[in-house]
Design a protein around this ligand. Structure first.
Ligand code: HEM
Length: 364
């Protein structure tokens, strides 16, 4: 009898456990059969959330209201997200951001680098046909150079730290290990968050400073039709800025600047916007960053290796007369005709031909 009692005592917990398993509630399944939860905890929370949720209104149901498109993100929660533990759209965002978006973004950036490499090796730099004259013309005032370099430095910092935030886990983590990578990622994130608003201020100054010289003129169309002579090495007539530079100003600095600033501010400052809104902002930020960085690589190439003499203009403010005649002949003629250049003086300096001792050309 004693043997039977002690055997029963041992088996009872096991039987109880099996009974519990059999009686487990039907809620144990993932609420949405298509949901792909990231972690076990997330899966559990999704279940809890599903249990406590009233059924969603159908797509066409009046209760669905204006939010039917994003009902998986906003509608079911109401206007605020204070009581939302897991936002289901977050998982979709995570998969898109880490998967196709990061892959396509990386491919575009690598292709842009390759295109620049091909341009450099197959076509080569746009050199002058004649030797430099030794006479210099002022191209950029000190103020213009300050604004340019402040924007450029902020941009490079944002691009570098942004790429670390996006690709660091895949590219740097295996190289650096968890300890070092976590510090790098942490510093990158904070640098990015603070450099963002600075970049916006710089971009606004850039827009105001360079706007007047970027209005489109008739000659720009001719420049476009001839492809800027980039491949043929022909010096197509251009004003102070050519059509390619104007495209960089309008599509890059202005349009992408607006996209990056608006989406960046939404990501930077939480003032009640929902996670759905931040996820859309993140998609836009990523698309904008990809095109802006790719275009900036082209801009940097053309301003340095691709056009000898151009970098000196932005570093020192001056170009050789022959350089101006070859690359911006219409501007050169205006400078010769007026002695002032086509553009009114800007704070920090004026534009006039400068020649004489001490202005000897330097090799590039
Ligand atoms: C034009 C220059 C910019 C570039 C190239 C750039 C690039 C990037 C990239 C690649 C990411 C990573 C996104 C991800 O991993 O999902 C990112 C995140 C972010 N960016 Fe930018 N960005 C720029 C400007 C700005 C501006 C102007 C702001 C703010 C005003 C800003 C604020 C943010 C914030 C808050 C994040 C999220 C950082 C985090 O994960 O905590 N960005 N940026």
């Amino acid at each position: 009898m004693g043997h039977i009692t002690s055997a029963l005592r041992r088996i009872l917990p096991l039987l109880a456990f099996i009974a519990l398993l059999l009686a487990a509630p039907a809620h144990a399944g993932v609420p949405n059969k298509d949901a792909v939860p990231a972690y076990a905890e997330e899966q559990t929370m999704l279940q809890v959330e599903a249990d406590s949720r009233t059924p969603e209104p159908g797509l066409m149901a009046p209760a669905s209201g204006r939010v039917h498109i994003d009902r998986h993100y906003l509608g079911q929660y109401g206007a605020t997200e204070g009581n939302v533990i897991v936002q289901r759209g977050g998982n979709t965002w995570r998969e898109w951001r880490n998967g196709p978006i990061a892959t396509v973004s990386g491919m575009i950036l690598v292709l842009a680098l390759l295109a620049i490499f091909v341009l450099y090796s197959a076509v080569g730099p746009a050199r002058l046909d004649t030797p430099e004259s030794g006479r210099r013309i002022q191209r950029f005032s000190q103020w213009e150079r300050w604004v340019h370099w402040a924007t450029a430095i902020a941009f490079l910092l944002l691009a570098l730290t942004g790429l670390i935030i996006l690709f660091g886990k895949v590219v740097l983590l295996p190289l650096l290990g968890h300890d070092i990578f976590s510090s790098v990622a942490y510093v990158s994130k904070y640098l990015h968050n603070f450099a963002g608003p600075l970049f916006i201020v710089c971009s606004v100054l850039m827009f105001v400073t360079f706007l007047r010289r970027n209005f489109v003129r008739r000659a720009d169309w001719e420049w476009v039709k001839q492809g800027g002579g980039v491949v043929t090495h022909k010096h197509v007539p251009a004003g102070f800025f050519n059509a390619g530079e104007k495209a960089w100003f309008w599509l890059g600095v202005t349009l992408l600047g607006l996209v990056m600033s608006a989406s960046g501010l939404i990501l930077d400052f939480a003032v009640g916007q929902t996670r759905y809104v931040m996820q859309i902002a993140n998609y836009l930020h990523l698309a904008g960053a990809t095109f802006y960085i790719a275009a900036a690589m082209g801009h940097i190439y053309l301003g340095t290796l691709g056009t000898p003499g151009a970098y000196r203009a932005m570093r020192e403010g001056y170009v050789d007369e022959e350089w101006a005649r070859a690359h911006h002949s219409l501007w050169y003629e205006e400078v010769q005709a007026t002695g002032q250049g086509a553009n009114p003086p800007t704070p920090g300096g004026h534009r006039r031909p400068v020649s004489g001792p001490g202005n000897a050309p330097r090799g590039h």
